[in-house]
Design a protein. Structure first.
Length: 215
């Protein structure tokens, strides 16, 4: 029985990954290197600190991780403060459905807390979630299970009673390590291998149908 649904934010609640790619690639160019689409896909679902740690080593960047992350935070916050954003198609209907069934709702996002709250407020869905767990709240980011276990702990809930909706390979791996069932939400580009999810859907309407059968 499903008592709690935990949502990744980027690529599930909002189609933000293409926007991050634009912002990050501009930063990469300013720093004097470029990253292929295949290489960039390694970092989808991970924390920004983990991404910059890898890129700093790989491209011998002469700035500190703290400095790089500070620049990144400023760029992202400026962009998303002014952007006209909309929630992912079908997400509001799904959240309303789950609320009527008294299912607990949480967000578990590797993105920095300040930006998560900004985006969720911008698209008007933040009040649906009782808990929002972010990358800065845990020690190890996805693909480790910490962020999902933290969400279950906040609800004082058995991970077996939780289901996760994720769109990235790292996120699906983390949720499975946490002992939770996972709905893999396949994005349009299909770049992420989420074949290890319990169920793969191409729309949130299909995710709702799957969850309905578990209630």
């Amino acid at each position: 029985m499903v008592k709690c649904v935990i949502f990744d934010m980027d690529g599930v609640l909002i189609d933000s990954e293409p926007l991050y790619r634009i912002i990050n690639r501009k930063m990469f160019e300013k720093l004097g290197f470029s990253v292929s689409s295949e290489e960039y896909s390694e970092f989808v679902g991970t924390t920004d600190v983990e991404m910059w740690t890898t890129l700093k080593r790989r491209y011998d960047i002469d700035r500190s991780i703290a400095e790089l992350n500070k620049i990144r935070e400023a760029e992202h916050f400026s962009f998303f403060s002014d952007a006209q954003l909309s929630p992912m198609k079908g997400i509001v209907r799904l959240l309303k459905f789950l609320k009527t069934r008294d299912v607990k709702l949480a967000v578990a996002s590797s993105t920095e807390e300040k930006l998560v709250h900004l985006i969720l407020n911008n698209i008007g869905i933040i009040d649906y979630f009782e808990h929002i767990v972010c990358g800065n709240h845990i020690e190890n980011g996805k693909p480790e299970p910490d962020i999902f276990l933290k969400a279950a702990e906040l609800f004082e809930m058995n991970p077996l009673d939780c289901i996760v909706i994720e769109d990235s390979r790292n996120g699906v791996t983390a949720a499975k390590k946490a002992g939770m069932r996972v709905i893999g939400f396949q994005s349009d580009d299909g770049a992420q291998n989420i074949s290890h999810a319990d169920m793969i859907v191409d729309s949130l309407e299909h995710a709702q149908d799957y969850i309905r059968g578990l209630l």
